[in-house]
Design a protein around this ligand. Structure first.
Ligand code: BES
Ligand code: MN
Ligand code: MN
Length: 463
């Protein structure tokens, strides 16, 4: 029988076209205007899994969007891999900044992807990466080389906090029982230096509302005499960091685990060019917490960022007004051991306490989740490491990512299994941004690497 490399080469065009068709459906979970498309995508993923050879595939109803669940049990004595991914995508806006429409996928070459990249919302996060698993599974089924049982769990609410999935996992521990969880929803260092994500940050996301006077006021008649909620909000936000860019919320760092000098030295070995980093973002300098380098600031350290701020008059021309209200959306990225609910509470208390009497403050939590670190001495990590070593010819480096997949910590709690994150995207793939893309090389390499993971995981499990 032909090997995986050959199979990928022979089926390359079809693999690309199938992904392109999936990317045409705008499955934006955050906006109810797309609800029908999100449902269509779920059905489409179900059909694709069936076609790939997954015997039983169901759309599991939830209070929100359905979870596509499929399984192929070869032999109950073999180890079971649970594959998780998501079929929903981020909103495409700002749409004008896309060089081609977000839901009309095209393949274009870039400096980093000279062999071409698929441009579309969801190309990398996560339709492209999720679909690699479906195609890798197709290969193993066709070749009769599936060495493990497989369970697929593909959700449609990852980008809005995975509420329904949390509920589903708690209800279905037995159904979801597995030996390892495999996810491709992260990135790697570069196409010449693969890496395996060993950590994710947690998240606490809140919205704040500051209210001054009971109505918008003439800024001449009242200006200077009453609190302007926008001025106050700006001041309050500015006070959340000190001159060293440390977060000033009391207790915020209490549970943060400091890495040893050894661990930090290990991290510093990963290839990184500050010059390229700055050039790619068109910035003169980086900015962050004193005492930590860029790769630490964006992975092992917690942060607080305003994601959006609004209020008052923003239309054309000038309107002289003191607004009644000001708002901001704030995210805090957390590290393992920080509890997101506790942090949300600390934030709320602190934010209320720093507000002057002249305004009222309301804090509304949106969603959150715990951070995660996976050990590198597990069978799962070793299987992944061997798989990359075979397909890239280079040993992958373990890297802690700054992003969040909050459900991963819940998987560990409810299903008692470790998650292995085999991501094939690059930071430059612009996930969540205009012009998101996924390298054709990365997509095909992913399909090639995944069956090797199964092979090594089965081998190592029986030792
Ligand atoms: N796939 C990303 C997370 C990610 C990307 C982790 C790259 C590591 C490297 C995921 O879809 C995502 O965007 N997560 C959100 C959190 C969610 C609760 C909205 C995030 O990190 O902002
Ligand atoms: Mn994702
Ligand atoms: Mn995302």
């Amino acid at each position: 029988m032909e090997n995986i490399k050959q199979y990928v080469q022979e089926n390359k065009e079809r693999f690309l076209n199938e992904l392109i068709d999936l990317l045409k459906i705008p499955s934006v979970s955050a906006d109810s205007a797309y609800a029908h498309d999100v449902m269509t995508t779920a059905e489409e993923v179900k059909r694709r899994l069936e076609e790939a050879g997954c015997g039983t595939v169901e759309l599991c109803e939830t209070p929100g969007y359905p979870i596509v669940y499929g399984e192929k049990i070869v032999d109950k004595d073999l180890p079971t891999v649970l594959v998780y991914g998501h079929y929903d995508v981020q909103p495409p806006d700002p749409v004008d900044l896309w060089t081609s429409p977000p839901f009309e996928p095209v393949i274009k070459a870039t400096e980093i992807h000279p062999e071409g990249a698929i441009f579309a919302r969801g190309a990398c996060d996560d339709k492209g990466q999720m679909y690699m698993h479906v195609k890798a599974f197709e290969y193993m089924m066709k070749n009769n080389t599936l060495p493990c049982n497989v369970k697929f769990m593909i959700e449609g609410e990852e980008e809005v906090g995975s509420k329904s999935l949390g509920w589903f996992v708690e209800q279905n521990q037995e159904k979801l029982a597995n030996d390892v969880i495999l996810i491709s929803d992260t990135g790697m260092i570069s196409n010449t230096q693969p890496s395996i994500t060993t950590g994710l940050r947690g998240l606490s996301y809140v919205e704040v509302e500051v209210t001054g006077p009971n109505r918008d006021l003439h800024s001449g008649l009242y200006g200077g005499a009453v609190a302007n909620p926008i001025n106050i909000l700006a001041k309050m936000i500015a006070s959340l960091h000190d001159e060293n860019n440390h977060i000033t919320i009391p207790g915020f760092y209490d549970k943060v685990e400091e890495l040893s000098a050894e661990e930090r030295a290990e991290m510093a070995k990963a290839p990184f060019s500050l010059e390229n980093y700055k050039r790619a973002l068109a910035i003169e300098d980086v900015y962050g917490e004193t005492g930590y380098v860029t790769n630490e600031r964006n992975s092992i350290r917690p942060t607080l960022d305003v994601n959006g701020i609004w209020g008052g008059y923003t239309g054309e021309g000038a309107k002289t007004v003191i607004p009644s209200k000001a708002y901001a959306k704030i995210s805090m990225r957390l590290v393992p051991n920080q509890d997101w609910e506790e942090i949300t509470e600390l934030f709320t208390k602190h934010f209320e306490s720093i507000a002057p009497k002249a305004v009222k403050v309301k804090v509304t939590p949106h969603h959150g989740g715990q951070g995660y670190v996976t050990p590198i001495d597990s069978i799962g990590y070793q299987a992944a490491s061997k798989a990359y070593t075979d397909s890239f010819g280079i040993v992958p480096i373990p890297v802690r990512s700054g992003g969040s997949i909050p459900i991963v910590a819940l998987f560990e709690k409810e299903l008692k299994s470790k998650t292995i994150m085999m991501g094939f995207g690059l930071d430059s793939d612009a996930i969540h941004s205009p012009n998101e893309h996924f390298g054709v090389f990365n997509y095909l390499k992913g399909i090639e690497t995944i069956p090797l993971f199964y092979k090594y995981f089965a081998e190592l499990s029986t030792k």
